[in-house]
Design a protein around this ligand. Structure first.
Ligand code: AMP
Length: 497
């Protein structure tokens, strides 16, 4: 029986079960104490005994519930009970599959944290980086391999890794792996595993696709769930501001400044959108960087590190890049655009309010996104309070946000469709992955617009000048209507303090 303790304690939830009750080996108990955990979270209290008993498990747990320790701790315990001599080079005994590079790195970090007082070895494999160092590392004996499916298959094809000794398989964030189109890779990997093995499948939700996948992977699995289907983290305060798409960047700059946010994760729907927004925020004097699939692994790691250390206040991310980011005590998430897949909203706001901390999620919603808002409210089964549009912000010259269609390039089945007619931008500004100048952006579905031509949507060109009423910008200086170079380079007055 679990007792939710919804006070402001550092621990997510208290349970009547203690770590001592779980019977974990002494080196693990020491690591748990080092980490400062006092009681198991509900997913840990439910999953750990079941994994230790040796059965298959289907677990529904959102990020932030402590699920990683929920499978890592019992796995380490079981490996401790087996002689280390069984290890062979390139032949892992445990395989943990995750959807993204960042999650892979984080899961392995957890393996190292909880296994710090043991001799159990682990390594990560993910794409986007040179394969050779991974190939060399695979020549050593290895207990736990944490991998993304694509690069793992590359290694299997090159015979760098032998999966015939896998005793335990974990599919972490399985729903995301399906969303990202990894099902075929997963099936290929399953075919390389021994039939006799223990299987653990973790997913934020139990969708029909997950149930289908679990039928093919799990045998007589027990099922645990710590969150009702698609419910949002209860401790996250959610609000919506109805604003025009073209005003979002300026409003966001303003809110960040006014609220004094020092660590905020901002979601955009596309990679290009993430780049352009980060550039704009930097121009506004904020420290910001973007993280998405087109960036090199080194750039992503650096951006995440800087954000975690507080060197960068604003991290702009796409859904897939942000997947699995574990940033302690992240107080603030902003949806610059609502996701068109409602479940992504649940994942996004799951970044905040983690491990018991209170969090807040603000969504900037344009009228064209109301359909997404309604879909989200349907799945979270509540209405998100709508606040009046922020006032007092300063409109910069034309810079409507462009919702490029590159979600599909990140592997999403359901990314937004590219409008049939593309811009007649010069070739130099259309290079794949290269951020375009902020002023050349186009609104989604708008007619192509040449550089320097008014969009007709942005506040300075599309509205009466110098309006300060509710929801409106504060205009500074004279005549910002013409996008002259001088106007383009001028910083909004509010930010020049
Ligand atoms: P996860 O859901 O695995 O991403 O974990 C979310 C966060 O909860 C991580 O920062 C963990 O360090 C933390 N955590 C995991 N287990 C516990 C626990 N028993 N008590 C307090 N924090 C925990």
């Amino acid at each position: 029986m679990f007792v939710d303790r919804h006070d402001d304690g550092a621990v997510l939830l208290s349970t009547t079960i203690t770590f001592a009750d779980l019977g974990l080996a002494d080196p693990l108990m020491r690591a748990i104490a080092d980490a400062g955990y006092t009681v198991p979270t509900p997913i840990q209290a439910q999953a750990i005994p079941r994994v230790l008993a040796g059965g298959d498990l289907l677990a529904a747990a959102q990020t932030g519930t402590g699920k990683t320790a929920g499978f890592t701790l019992p796995i380490l315990h079981m490996l401790l009970g087996k002689p280390l001599e069984l290890r062979k080079p390139g032949r892992p005994r445990v395989l943990i599959l995750t959807p993204t590079r960042e999650l892979t790195a984080q899961v392995e970090e957890s393996v190292k944290t909880y296994g710090v007082h043991t001799k159990i070895s682990s390594m990560v494999i993910f794409g986007g980086v040179n394969i050779n160092p991974q190939t060399s590392a695979l020549r050593k004996p290895i207990d736990i391999l944490v991998a993304t499916p694509g690069r793992l298959l590359d290694h299997c094809q090159q015979r760098n890794v032998d999966l015939s000794g896998v005793e335990i398989l974990v599919l972490d964030e399985a729903d995301r792996m399906l969303d990202m189109g990894f099902i075929r890779d997963i099936r290929k990997i399953l075919a390389l595993l021994p039939r006799q093995r223990q299987n653990l499948l973790f997913s934020a939700t139990f969708s029909d696709e997950i149930r289908e996948l679990s039928k093919g992977v799990l045998n007589n699995a027990s099922e645990v769930s710590v969150a009702a289907r698609n419910t949002t983290a209860e401790r996250v305060e959610q609000t919506v501001h109805m604003v025009e798409q073209a005003h979002k960047r300026d409003i966001l700059s303003h809110i960040i400044r006014e609220s004094g946010w020092h660590q905020v994760l901002v979601f955009t729907r596309t990679k290009h959108g993430a780049n352009r927004l980060a550039e704009k925020l930097v121009k506004d004097g904020l420290s910001a960087s973007a993280i998405h699939g087109n960036k090199s692994q080194a750039a992503r790691t650096r951006a995440l590190d800087d954000f975690k250390k507080g060197k960068v206040a604003v991290l702009v991310a796409t859904d897939i890049a942000a997947r699995g980011l574990d940033i302690d005590q992240l107080p603030q998430v902003v949806n610059f655009e609502l996701p068109n897949v409602p479940e992504d909203y649940v994942h996004r706001i799951g970044r905040t309010g983690r491990a018991g901390a209170a969090g807040s999620a603000v969504s900037l919603v344009d009228s064209s996104e109301i359909k997404y808002l309604k879909a989200i409210e349907r799945i979270i089964k509540k209405q998100i309070p709508q606040l009046p549009a922020p006032t007092g912000w300063t409109a910069s010259p034309a810079s409507p946000h462009s919702a490029d269609d590159d979600a599909r390039a990140e592997g999403r089945r359901d990314g937004p469709r590219r409008p049939p007619q593309r811009s007649s931008r010069p070739a130099s500004s259309t290079g794949s992955g290269a951020p375009r100048p902020a002023r050349s952006g186009q609104g989604a579905g708008q007619a192509p617009r040449r550089e320097g031509q008014s969009s007709g949507r942005s506040a300075p060109t599309g509205h009466a000048p110098a309006r300060t009423g509710a929801g409106g910008p504060v205009r500074s200086g004279s005549g910002p209507n013409s996008p002259s170079p001088a106007n383009r380079s001028r910083r909004p007055a509010l930010f020049n303090k």
